[in-house]
Design a binder for this molecule. Sequence first.
Ligand SMILES: [Zn+2]
Length: 321
Amino acid sequence: MLPIPPRPDAAERAAILDELTEEYPCLSRSTLGRSVLGREIPLLRLGEGGTHLLYVGAHHGAEGMTAAFLLRFLSELLSARRSGRSVEGVDPAFLLSVRTLWIVPALNPDGVELVERGILSAGFLSERILRMNGGSDDLSTWQANARGVDLNHNYDAGFRAYKGVEASLGVLGGGPTRYSGDYPESEPETAALARFVRSVPLSLILSLHTQGREIYFTSEGRALKGQFAVAARFAAMTGYRVSQPSGAAAYGGLTDWAVGRLGIPCFTVECGEGKNPLPPERFAPAYGEIRPLLFRAPLYASPQTGEKRPTGEGTDEHRGL
Ligand SMILES: [Zn+2]
């Protein structure tokens, strides 16, 4: 199995993809788009099925480990298919004959690079980023992209309502976390992903974050028909809690948008536990927890799972932040 660093930087991720695509010609690699600083955002495609799923990692800079989870998963899946082994009770050959998997290991390559490689990775934006970071060059917990926009608040779901929440949190412009941007999809990273999501008939999306061992799947407290039952199965596989977002976490995320606006079942998975960025030793336990989910989630995707509008099946229960 290909060695995968627990928190790979852009060059390491690219090298892993080079090796995987060379070893497995069935893995198709293209470019989803480019980041603010011009970094490529790779998009992988695997499988020939008519039911499509998307797995996305690293919306947030300090959550680069999620890219490693997805690369490890890809590597395991490809290797198991070649050798005819089942993984987590799933036969990869069968799975990939009935499903097509799309994978974006790292949506926010600039943010991950700031955390992993520091301010020197920021190029022409370094001075602006230092200002947005209060003058400090400690970027170890930076979550936003290179313009200080939190990508998981930049989707078109509750955007206007979030502006009030943002102001009450004292977030008035670009910064390390929580700033939603000037308008939905203002950032090249979210615009590219949103364009992709609108163009492919997706039946299920997993958005990987760290940390908290929780699964979110509602949009403004509502979910799609059948989504509660699926979330409960995902919770049972991983040992994670099913939660409802509240406060700032409840607006503008990929899950809010995909579920609330597009009717695509989408699940935010907060992998592992600890403090972001998770230290390398957290990789193995966290990957072990989500591995069954990564392999089995495709079995829960079908064109029938999505309905075009959320039902009132959710509750108004809210957790504290
Ligand atoms: Zn996150």
